[in-house]
Design a binder for this molecule. Structure first.
Ligand code: ADP
Ligand code: MG
Length: 553
């Protein structure tokens, strides 16, 4: 039998080095990671087997088995899931396949604080965490539908081997040769405790094989199928971390059963931290679709609109056919109804939070507002509801305001909602364009998200008040009653006195600037600065112009 020796990808070696040498206190999580992989592998086979039942080869009772040997100091985790062939082993266990792991490496390399290594537990470095407790790891695997089994082995020190092997049935057996220090992981009470703590929500049985019979250690029913009253906060959180590969705690957990025309169960999480791929151009979601507990797909646009892509969790439908393929999801009327239902549910949760938990909502908005605002121009049917909860910074105070609150504070005679946009709040606050508005006591919204340039023109109004950029011409402030009439009268007097010389000044500035500007005008929008740039009334807003230039359009 030929054995091939290979080197880990450089990144993996680095990762292993961190994992092994970390003083990380909670070693238990290696088991959570391996059980989670085993359960994922069963989910994958269950899905593949819908179209190809022969893949199951009569072995349709998915299970994770734990075997211990406290004489040889060995722990084995076995599953009858999809399994891996030679190429899979090399791709999955020789490189960094998991983007969460890549992110972890990134975080660690940016800091030399040893304490940050504790992040391992939160990120979950997946398979490689086995090397925290084992001096050697053997992976014996046979892919469902194939004949040849393979054995992958490594001591986690830079190299691994792959060789042909013998195995009954399909699936994967991971054997950990524990270091003396971690003998405890062959003890039943330890395994029972770890599985209860971290893997109780796994939908398939985790079985401890003992001399006196097998013992199922977990609840083994998918968490979302259990009644709310029987699930603890801890279990919801653990499920969130497992299911979403997340390392924060959820801000909101929404668990409900939709009944009526279509039936489904939703277990949705709103995170506290941004998922790492939040701003990827693909705008992929994080919600998983199940049909009667069979995993179908993750992150489909058909499930939630992209402006809610940070929502993770599970939706389980009773009304879709089990053999629904990923392609069939498009234009599926049942799914469209589910999507509308889920979107409304999340929106009403946000509305409630905005009313009852202002501080929490503001934090949420700070983190995800820029993404939610994409819905303002992409999702006509929910635009008004989004606009009502949307929050803004403004020239009044340092907090957030809603548009309704802004409108309430509008000056007598003020017809429009004024805004200025740019990259940075503090720079915006210093803009000379704001001087005239400040003098009249008119509040201006400060917009710093690029997405604002897109929804503002398409939404146009709120409660029949137009949005107007203060960097655009024609922002006429004459109708607005001033806060301090004395002062502005004085200024007006000065202005009229200098009319003739002003014309001459404007003419000479026009000559000096030539074609660099379109026009030079007198304006009432400044009080202390001598001049400022504004955009054409009909043309683009200043920031939009800058954004377009950056993109060479
Ligand atoms: P992740 O689970 O986040 O993808 P891991 O490091 O835990 O990352 O695992 C890497 C990959 O190895 C998995 O994506 C999967 O393709 C493969 N893998 C790991 N364990 C198993 C298993 N028991 N059965 C089949 N494939 C597995
Ligand atoms: Mg994993």
């Amino acid at each position: 039998m030929t054995e091939e020796k290979m080197r880990f990808e450089a990144e993996v070696s680095r990762l292993l080095d961190i994992v092994v040498h970390s003083l990380y206190s909670n070693k238990d999580i290696f088991l959570r990671e391996l059980i989670s992989n085993a359960s994922d592998a069963c989910d994958k086979l269950r899905y593949e087997a819908i179209a190809k039942p022969e893949l199951l080869a009569g072995d349709a009772e998915f299970k994770v088995r734990l075997l211990t040997d406290n004489v040889r100091n060995v722990l084995t985790i076995a599953d009858n899931g999809i399994g891996m062939n030679k190429a899979d082993l090399i791709d999955n266990l020789g490189t960094i396949a998991n983007s969460g792991t890549a992110k972890f490496l990134d975080a660690v390399s940016k800091s030399d604080n040893a304490k940050d290594v504790d992040l391992i537990g939160q990120f979950g470095v997946g398979f490689y965490s086995a090397f925290m407790v084992a001096s050697q790891v053997d992976v014996l695997s046979k892919k469902a539908g194939e004949d040849q089994a393979w054995k992958w082995s490594s001591d986690g020190k830079g190299e691994y081997t792959v060789a042909e092997a013998e195995m009954e049935g399909h699936g994967t057996q991971i054997t950990l040769h524990l270091t003396d220090e971690f003998k405890e992981f062959t003890e039943e009470y330890r395994l029972r405790h770890i599985v209860k703590t971290y893997s109780d929500h796994i939908g398939i049985p985790v079985v401890l094989m003992k001399a006196d019979g097998d013992e199922t250690l977990n609840e083994a029913s998918a968490l979302w199928t259990r009644p709310k009253s029987e699930v603890t906060d801890e279990q919801y959180k653990e499920f969130y971390k497992h299911n979403s590969h997340a390392f924060d705690d959820p801000w909101k957990t929404i668990h409900y059963q939709a009944e009526g025309a279509i039936e489904y169960t939703g277990l949705l999480y709103l995170p506290t931290m941004r998922p790492f791929d939040l701003y990827d151009p693909q705008r992929k979601g994080h919600l998983k679709l199940y049909v009667r507990k069979v995993f179908i797909t993750e992150g489909a646009d058909e499930l939630l609109p992209p402006w809610l892509r940070f929502v993770s969790g599970v939706v389980d439908s009773q009304d879709l056919p089990l053999n629904v393929s990923r392609e069939m999801l498009q234009h599926n009327p049942v799914l469209t109804k589910i999507k509308n239902g889920l979107t409304k549910k999340v929106l009403s949760e946000l509305e409630t939070a905005a009313k009852k938990d202002g501080e929490g909502f503001d934090k949420f908005w700070e983190t995800f507002g820029s993404v939610v605002k994409e819905g303002l121009y992409e999702d006509q049917s929910n635009r008004d509801r989004i606009l009502k909860i949307a929050k803004f910074r403004s020239t009044k105070g340092d907090g957030w305001t809603t548009l309704a609150e802004y409108v309430e504070r509008m000056k007598e005679g003020q017809k429009a909602i004024y805004y200025i946009s740019g990259e940075d709040i503090d720079a915006l606050k210093r803009s000379p364009q704001l001087e005239g508005f400040a003098a009249k006591g008119i509040e201006v919204l400060l917009l710093t998200d690029p997405v604002d340039e897109f929804w503002m023109p398409s939404v146009g109004q709120f409660e029949e008040k137009d949005f107007k950029s203060v960097t655009r011409g024609g922002a006429d402030l004459n109708d607005v009653k001033s806060d301090d009439n004395e002062d502005s009268k004085d200024e007006k007097k000065d202005d009229t006195a200098s009319d003739a010389s002003l014309d001459a000044l404007i003419a000479s500035i026009k000559i000096a600037l030539g074609t660099g500007v379109k026009d030079v005008r007198e304006s009432d929008r400044l009080t202390s600065s001598a001049c400022c740039l504004i955009a054409d009334e009909m043309g683009m807003d200043l920031r939009m112009e800058r954004l377009m230039k950056q993109h060479n359009r």
